[in-house]
Design a protein around this ligand. Sequence first.
Ligand code: ATP
Ligand code: MG
Length: 353
Amino acid sequence: MQANIVVLPGDGIGPEITAVAVDVLRAVAARFGHSFTFSEHDIGGIAIDNHGEPLPASTLDACAKADAVLLGAVGGPKWSDPNAKVRPEQGLLAIRKALGLFANLRPVRTHPAALNASPIKPELLRDVDFIVVRELTGGIYFGDKTRDADSASDLCRYTTVEIERVLRSAFRLAQQRRGKLTSVDKANVLETSRLWRDIAARIGREEFPDVELEHQLVDSMAMHLISKPRAYDVIVTENMFGDILTDEASMLAGSLGLLPSASLGEEGKVGIFEPIHGSAPDIAGKGIANPYATILSAAMLLRHSLGLEAEATTIEAAVSAALDAGQFTADLAAQGQALSTQQAAQAVLAQLT
Ligand code: ATP
Ligand code: MG
């Protein structure tokens, strides 16, 4: 297969981790006989420096035409003046909006070799393997806001179309996995949640009778994520609940450096794949960042944008094997035995060739 992949390295450790993830994609292309072309564009702080804006039109244009986008991270102290007119993070929000990326997928999978790195008891964590699908472009974060002398308000609004499309993405994902979907809402209190629950029930009944659907209230879900994380396959929820639950869920895996993500729109449209961590300015330029989250994001890119399931699984297995062999960067390793970004990437590449 031929594919045109846009790489947006961004700021901080972004260039270091995307470079090795591209090496992994090249190795997979060589092994499976694909032809991938890569082109790099600016986003975030580097784009402010080079073009005066965090999302230059040339970057957006390249992404819209690409088959998939691999992103590093944006932001850093250089651009964090609170009075600045333009900020790196605006580039991310703008590109998600422009490309219509309404579903944010965050898989959480625990790895035997990293269980002790989580603050949660290892026996609860073994074999955890679920994906949270968070609605990304609606709800209270985007509703009208007001502020006067002694009050403030944020409107939470969802349309049927916005709820249906993200639920369908989640149902389809559940079909491809273990066939279980947990829809999270606050239907005992919120009208948007009652609409959400009604739509989930209807779509489940009419379009996905083969998927087992359960509804959970967000407060009890916050508890269950810690007390029985193995019980879940696909979890779908609205924007703010998803924001909070995905940060909570990230603690299960042991390090931010292990968690990939995908932001997807309608089927067949370009998606953006990136690690969930930020630009880690404290370690940028040192060559010690954990590249696994970005490499696993590249695997998601192959699966979700290019339909290359075997290739994606091959990368995931290679990362697992590297972790099994104790190939850790500093965030996971005991002091003094940590691999560099390059060495960790080599451990993955060695499994692929
Ligand atoms: P953002 O606001 O962009 O999400 P953040 O404030 O959440 O950023 P990160 O940049 O994610 O912060 O970094 C949080 C901490 O985790 C830092 O100490 C950073 O060094 C560490 N960290 C993040 N990513 C990695 C990685 N890939 N490898 C090693 N350490 C990392
Ligand atoms: Mg953060």
